[in-house]
Design a protein around this ligand. Structure first.
Ligand code: TMP
Ligand code: ASP
Length: 240
């Protein structure tokens, strides 16, 4: 399927229309942003790595019965997806304390969270993605009560698939963010799953192998993403 017009350019991906109104092409760029777009850099190979990473994870989720927008990889940095009507909320699950949870609640980093913490955030960079709850979502019409239930259910199901997958690769899935959208009356997982939108630590050393390397200026950002991909057995060439 061929790209037609650019529909939308986000911080790390550009979205194109295709000849089919129900499908879009996602292009994963090398641009890497943090702090709601305040820190931006271009990191060589990141787009290609995240495209493959996302394809691998989406296929695993799909195989486990989680409905996603992913159709197939199209090239080094492009994927074909279903066109969703995206909900303006982000779903975050935390298995281990880190990031904004520690800042907000004053808890130490690295605590096991049992049961995992679930949080909603409003997708709005200008407002720095504020945390919201079910009541805000209902009152402002960002999703229905049934969609809220479904987002929570699917986010937990994703955890049940991905936690063991990463664990077997010697990695701790600390937290991650998911976005959902409507397609023909059903809620599907959209956007991407890559080290740009999750935290992954080495299970033994707890070394950070995700976008915190970029946020915190630790260096070797893409090299770490590639290390995670290698451990998961994700091939990095177009033929593998
Ligand atoms: P946080 O600790 O900054 O709230 O983020 C929790 C997890 O969700 C972390 O893995 C990063 C991811 N995330 C995004 O990728 N984009 C976002 O806009 C938000 C709010 C979180
Ligand atoms: N929404 C944030 C951003 O600007 C997420 C992050 O800090 O990674 O990229």
């Amino acid at each position: 399927m061929q790209k037609r017009a650019e529909l939308y350019s986000g911080k790390a991906k550009t979205v194109y229309t295709t000849e089919d109104p129900e499908h879009l092409v996602l292009e994963f760029r090398d641009d890497t942003s943090a702090f709601d777009g305040e820190k931006v850099e271009r990191l060589a190979r990141k787009g290609a790595v995240n495209n493959r990473f996302n394809g691998f994870i989406m296929e695993r989720l799909q195989a486990a019965g989680i409905p996603t927008h992913f159709e197939r990889l199209l090239g080094e940095r492009e994927a074909l997806v279903k066109r969703l009507d995206m909900l303006p909320v982000e779903c975050v699950i935390r298995n281990i304390s880190a990031g904004s949870l520690c800042r907000r609640l004053g808890v130490a980093e690295g605590l096991d969270l049992e049961p995992p913490v679930f949080e909603f955030f409003l997708k709005n960079d200008a407002l720095h993605d504020p945390m919201i709850n079910d009541s805000h979502i209902l009152t402002f019409g960002w999703a229905t009560a049934a969609e809220i239930r479904r987002m929570k259910e699917l986010t937990r199901e994703v955890n049940g698939v991905l936690q063991p997958l990463f664990r077997e690769a010697g990695l701790l899935l600390v937290d991650y963010k998911l976005e959902f959208g409507r397609f023909r009356g059903e809620l599907l997982l959209g956007d991407e799953f890559s080290p740009d939108g999750c935290r992954l630590w080495d299970a033994k050393t707890r070394e950070k192998l995700d976008k915190d390397r970029f946020r915190q200026g630790l260096g070797s950002v893409v090299e770490s993403y590639e290390e995670v991909a290698r451990r998961l057995g994700i091939g990095m060439t177009a033929s593998s």
